[in-house]
Design a protein around this ligand. Structure first.
Ligand code: MN
Length: 439
């Protein structure tokens, strides 16, 4: 059996289990509809329903739908309108078409017409703000219990999903190297972003999230995506957090570079890189991801101590909670069909959540690590004015050293990792960089 066929049988089995557990008979999953700007006839970039692309590598077919009833082949209604205004993203002959019953429609109303009385027994999964989904007379719309069940299962990836994530990382790393080269050539943020996209023949709507392309102090703005058209003088540092899609699966990669090959900032990048790799080595099935996040706060305390940003012992830096001013975000998140994949706090498919530590409000992942989970590991350390202000003048802080860090923004290093029960975890990102000759 091909890996896609295997994937489809896993997805079907997961839906079978989830439907039985929640007491539903069948699902109709709408691909989604274009959304329009207020008082305007121009649509925003289309984003397909993740539960639709879970079944099919089909990301540009709005108003299509999939109907699934356990024990039957999925029915796929592929919307291909006759329309002299727009071109349609062609749907190439592909393996998925052999595993489903494919019905090409030129009018979305044909979905309900074809399903007839079946639609009354189906649950809708998807948006329904517009026709045809808004008038479907379904049993229920997006019931939380079913969504919880399906979302929980998605954390563990099939082999086909891992293949797609590998390719997504290979695409993104290729673009990352082009961006890195543009940085060392002195390009502006905007020019770096353009070289990133050009390297993989992409445009911005093809990105899973807004790339963060940050020179100098912009690196301290966690979701910086302004892209200045002129390069600052001098250029000291470059933080890039940028991804790519493949078959609807996401890459999410961060690298930080220093203009100078020596000096404390170059050393900080090397030190963070070592901590990040050590964290990945400490991943273990059965352990909580939240513990890894706390381990990175110890690492942060160590780095703050070693680089002289803070006074006092590593223990006291950690115990006082100072690390949260320098590393305010979570260590990482699940990744797959969505960059921040769903169900990061779920304890079980019934929707029970892990208890959250109020000290770490932005941590997106608190699950117990399992074989074939895929998540990011993205420690960072920044000089963020807003978070340091409450400590202004405090004697435990070495303000002179912190002021030296500010013009560099900060450092973050992010890889995606596949957990393995054997303990040999696959680093999707480093493996992809290695294929390009980068260690
Ligand atoms: Mn990330």
């Amino acid at each position: 059996m091909s890996s896609y066929a295997n994937h489809l049988s896993t997805v079907s089995a997961r839906f079978d289990e989830a439907l039985i557990a929640t007491g539903y008979d069948a699902v109709i999953i709408s691909a989604g509809q274009p959304r329009y700007a207020f008082q305007d006839d121009n649509p925003y970039a289309f984003r397909v329903n993740p539960l639709f692309k879970y079944w099919l590598p089909l990301t540009h077919s709005p108003q299509s739908a999939l109907y699934y009833q356990p024990g039957h082949k999925p029915l796929v209604f592929l919307y291909q309108p006759r329309d002299f205004w727009h071109a349609h993203v062609p749907v190439a002959a592909a393996e998925w078409q052999r595993h489903v019953e494919l019905i090409v429609i030129d009018d979305p109303a044909k979905i309900a017409a074809h399903l007839g009385s079946k639609i009354k027994h189906a649950v809708l999964l998807g948006e329904d703000f517009a026709e045809p989904a808004s008038s479907w007379n379904v049993k229920q719309r997006n019931p939380q219990a079913l969504l919880d069940y399906l979302h929980y299962q998605r954390a563990v990836k099939t082999s086909w999903e891992l293949e797609n994530l590998r390719v997504a990382n290979q695409r993104a790393t290729r673009a990352h190297l082009a961006a890195r080269d543009a940085f060392f050539d002195g390009a502006s943020e905007l020019a770096i972003q353009q070289s990133y996209l050009a390297a993989i023949d992409a445009r911005e709507i093809d990105m899973p999230y807004n790339n963060i392309v940050a020179l100098n102090e912009h690196g301290a703005i966690l979701h910086y995506d302004i892209y200045q058209a002129r390069a600052p003088q001098p250029v000291r540092s470059f933080l890039i957090d940028a991804g790519a899609y493949y078959h609807g699966y996401c890459a999410d990669i961060t690298r930080t570079y220093s203009s100078a090959t020596s000096g404390f900032f170059a050393e900080l990048i090397v030190a963070m890189d070592a901590k990040q790799r050590a964290l990945i080595d400490s991943i273990k099935v059965g352990k909580s991801y939240a513990d890894l996040h706390v381990a990175q706060h110890w690492n942060t305390a160590q780095l703050l101590h070693d680089f002289g940003f803070m006074k006092g012992s590593v223990e006291s830096i950690f115990e006082q909670g100072y690390t949260r001013a320098f590393f305010p975000h979570g260590l990482g998140h699940l990744i797959g069909l969505q960059v921040h994949d769903v169900a990061g706090h779920m304890k079980n498919p019934q929707g029970v959540l892990h208890e959250r530590d109020p000290n770490h409000p932005f941590l997106r992942l608190t699950r117990t690590m399992e074989d074939r989970q895929v998540f990011t590991i993205e420690p960072g350390l920044y000089a963020i004015d807003q978070l340091l202000e409450p400590y202004a003048g405090h004697a435990d802080f070495n303000w002179q050293r912190i002021d030296e860090l500010r013009p560099y923004g900060g450092v973050r290093i992010e890889d995606s990792v596949v957990v393995s029960a054997t303990g040999k975890h696959e680093n999707l990102t480093r493996d992809a960089f290695a294929l390009l000759g980068v260690r």
